[in-house]
Design a protein around this ligand. Structure first.
Ligand code: GLV
Ligand code: MG
Length: 368
């Protein structure tokens, strides 16, 4: 057992003190790119300021013989790109390192921390199985940060993509003060659980519920009649667990990849489900998913107008009021404050959104 008092002591002599709170930095889209691909790397400077997070991917989707080029490319990008990564940067710099049992991960960390540790905001660790994986990375990062003389700890984000990881999700979230958040990894998770979908995220037409059959005059069910079916969300259970585990530990949940790049409509639906359930952002695998994520993970002007009205109407925050025939009370005020606070954080980094939120009429607090 570890004493609560030790939790915030650095894990290596000379390492920066662990953070006590994970800052709520907007991270609606975590845009993945291959840092070893010269075409993608060339686009990075132009994306700074236009996307909340740029993530240099070193893991899956990077071929084995390109792993070193990706790592070296990320070092170059981290060192040379202005406004990318580190405190106050307009776009955060994250990376996804290789899996902890892979032949590349040690060199990923030994290279990245000394070279661009001061720029790296978050390290995403894939295929996390339990607290022990986070504790390994935690200690190693502390040693490397101490050696590199870093002044601020690098945060850690785990991908939830194994059955054991899901079973251990609460202990993973609480394994280190570095834990920043969790993403759903639907592809690896589906494989590990032996689910039968071959899609990367999103729904499946076979996973559905069907309306009850109509009855004939004799009262018998007409099972062959035309009946409406409703496609269900394969990921609802996992996202809901992830959201609770993150909220319990004061860290942030994210949807993961949506692989059908052409189906921007279903992508938007899946992102919105995650937003409504409590996620703060998602991955983007293609530039067109950035716009979708920014739209979905920013509260709508209508929602903010309503939330501000409730805040104004509730005065000192106690009791209940009627607005448009609906009851509002202390609890619904808290729901509204979640949206208002998020809008304030987003307005601070997104001038277009700020303009839209500022244009909302000052709330009267009066019943309409
Ligand atoms: C992401 O890494 C996934 O496996 O879906
Ligand atoms: Mg994966």
């Amino acid at each position: 057992m570890r004493s609560a008092k030790d939790f915030f002591a650095p894990l290596a002599v000379g390492a920066p003190a662990p953070v006590r709170e994970i800052p709520a930095r907007p991270s609606r889209a975590i845009h993945f790119f291959d840092p070893g691909n010269p075409k993608m790397a060339a686009k990075v400077p132009d994306m700074v300021g236009k996307v909340d997070v740029l993530l240099g991917n070193l893991e899956d989707a990077i071929k084995a013989d390109s792993k070193v080029a990706a790592r070296e490319g990320l070092v170059r990008i981290g060192q040379e790109t202005k406004g990318l990564g580190g405190p106050g940067a307009s776009t955060q710099l994250w990376t996804r390192i290789n899996a902890l049992d892979s032949p590349w991960v040690l060199d990923d960390l030994l290279t990245l921390v000394p070279a661009i540790g001061h720029k790296l905001d978050v390290i995403m660790v894939p295929k996390v199985q339990g607290a022990e994986d986070i504790q390994y990375v935690d200690r190693l990062l502390a040693q490397l940060e101490a050696k590199a003389g870093l002044e601020r700890p690098i945060l850690v984000h785990a991908i939830l993509e194994t059955a054991r990881g899901v079973a251990n999700v609460e202990e993973i979230c609480g394994a280190s003060p570095r834990m920043q958040g969790l993403s759903l990894g639907p592809a690896d998770l589906a494989a590990d659980r032996r689910m039968k979908t071959t899609r990367v995220g999103g729904g499946h037409p076979g996973y559905l519920v069907r309306q009850d059959p109509p009855r004939g005059e004799d009262g018998a069910a007409q099972v062959d009649a035309q009946r409406t079916t409703y496609q269900q969300d394969l990921w609802h259970y996992t996202i809901a667990r992830m959201v609770d585990a993150c909220a319990m530990h004061g860290i942030y949940p994210y949807y993961g990849p949506f692989g059908d790049i052409a189906d921007v409509v279903a992508c938007e639906d899946q992102f919105r489900n995650a937003f409504l359930l409590g996620c703060v952002g998602t991955w983007s695998l293609h530039p067109k998913q950035i716009a979708i994520a920014n739209r979905v993970f920013s509260p709508s002007v209508e929602d903010i107008a309503h939330a501000r009205r409730v805040v104004a109407a509730m005065g000192d925050g106690t009791g209940a009021v009627m607005l448009d025939g609906k009851m509002e009370d202390d609890a619904s005020l808290k729901q509204c404050l979640v949206l208002v606070e998020l809008a304030e954080q987003l307005a601070a980094i997104d001038p277009e959104l700020k303009q839209q939120y500022d244009a909302i009429d000052a709330p009267t607090g009066q019943e309409a």
